[in-house]
Design a protein around this ligand. Structure first.
Ligand code: CAA
Length: 382
């Protein structure tokens, strides 16, 4: 039986994240969303609290915490501002984790330390115009020449893309080898040939930035390759396993926000001379929302616990993301229904929760890809 009694430290981290979110993120979240403003100052403060490199050891610039603390903090941040949540999730899970696990001493010193301490921001460049769910179909090339790799190609939907200082880039070094011919590189944004070619305007998480990045004869030193040539696809898949735990936590945060708003509203709003919560139709909705969120939370903690124990967690992370993202969308829809016409207005926060929730069913692997991963895992190990 899994024991989810949190340690004092984990509870302290959760509380610190909640207080920070309510004090620093809440007041501006709706306005930043409306105007598509990146939360520069807020992310700086999150870095000071250790939230940008939570699982990286202290000697490498991080907070030296476990995945459970990370989940609890990310849930709290996303409950108030899901855009800040994804910025944090990408830097922690998709950038710092891989560098800490597979980076060379040089790479850790030069890149991981500033990324984990939040002095720099990172992005993860896997998706391409023709490589979304089919991530192995990489067209970006990296050609070796005189101690450097020359990168050419286009990366799409890159979270943090416009604001990042450091990019983790997957590119093909040997097309004939398919996924085994993909390699991973650390590319500084300021390297000549890195161009932010497009900024996207989105339905939700609008104060996080999403960009297209083009590499035009961009020279990357050989020492910036992560692991061996051909390791890049497996590296990306392993990284995304952890990323999916982060997105599950983000989804739970949004679902919790939807339920908080609903609980408040049903105790204030009257219809037919009764407060809304007195109606069974409302009570049943709230009961389902609470049950689903609890289940999503437990699935996510289970994946995190396995990760912390060094066990394989590919299936558990996919299950957590698949379930939590659906719970977030359903909770946001229910919250709007509970609010009636008001739920459809910008005056109330629940419409933002729905817009923010939807992306959790798409990025870091769509729900269809999560099902594919789960099915492969259960069939392979049957
Ligand atoms: N851990 C370790 N290795 C793994 C792995 C995992 N979880 N998953 C796959 N691999 C390995 C395989 O074992 C295989 O290795 P060998 O060559 O040694 O046999 C290799 O990787 C190729 O794997 P597959 O044959 O399974 O590859 P595939 O082409 O069938 O694709 C897929 C698998 C699961 C569909 C994969 O393409 C995928 O996950 N697609 C979704 C991509 C995705 O999540 N994109 C998100 C973009 S990033 C983002 O959204 C971030 C953001 O900005 C918020």
């Amino acid at each position: 039986m899994v024991n989810f009694d949190f340690t004092e430290e984990q509870l302290m981290i959760k509380q610190a994240a909640r207080e920070f979110a309510e004090k620093e993120l809440a007041k501006g979240a709706a306005g930043r969303d409306e105007k598509e403003l990146f939360p520069h100052e807020e992310i700086k403060k999150m870095a000071e609290l250790g939230f940008m490199g939570m699982m990286v050891p202290a000697e490498q610039g991080g907070a030296g915490l476990d995945t459970i603390s990370y989940i609890l903090a990310l849930e709290e941040i996303s409950r108030v501002d899901a855009s800040a949540g994804v910025i944090m999730s990408v830097n922690n899970s998709l950038v710092c984790w891989g560098l800490e696990k597979f980076g060379s001493d040089f790479q850790k010193d030069k890149y991981l330390k500033p990324l984990a301490s939040g002095k720099m921001l990172g992005a993860f460049c896997l998706s391409e115009p023709e490589a979304g769910s089919d991530a192995a179909n990489q067209r970006t090339t990296a050609v070796k020449s005189d101690g450097t790799y020359v990168l050419n190609g286009t990366k799409n939907f890159i979270t943090n893309g416009a604001n990042a200082d450091v990019l983790i880039v997957m590119a093909t070094t040997d097309k004939a080898k398919g996924p085994r011919g993909v390699s991973a590189f650390i590319v500084e944004k300021k390297f000549p040939g890195v161009v932010v070619s497009r900024k996207e305007h989105k339905l939700g998480i609008r104060s996080s930035d999403t960009a297209q990045i083009t590499f035009q004869d961009c020279k990357v030193p050989e020492g910036n390759r992560i692991g061996d040539e051909g390791f890049g696809f497996r590296f990306a898949m392993m990284t995304l396993d952890g990323g999916r735990i982060g997105i599950a936590a983000q989804a739970i945060g949004i679902a919790n926000a939807a339920i908080d708003a609903s609980m408040k509203y049903v105790k204030e709003r009257k219809a037919f001379d009764k407060l809304l919560y007195e109606f069974q139709a409302i009570q049943f909705k709230l009961a389902d929302m609470h049950t689903n969120i609890e289940a999503a939370h437990l699935l996510t903690l289970n994946a995190g616990l396995r990760k912390d124990r060094g066990e394989r967690f590919t299936k558990e992370a996919a299950m957590a993301k698949l379930f939590a993202s659906k719970v977030a969308v359903d909770a946001a829809l229910d919250a709007i229904q509970i609010h009636g016409g008001y739920g459809y207005l910008k005056d109330f926060p629940v419409e933002r929760y729905l817009r923010d929730a939807k992306i959790t069913e798409i990025y870091e692997g769509t729900s269809e890809i999560q099902r594919l991963v789960i099915a492969r895992e259960v069939l392979d190990h049957a």
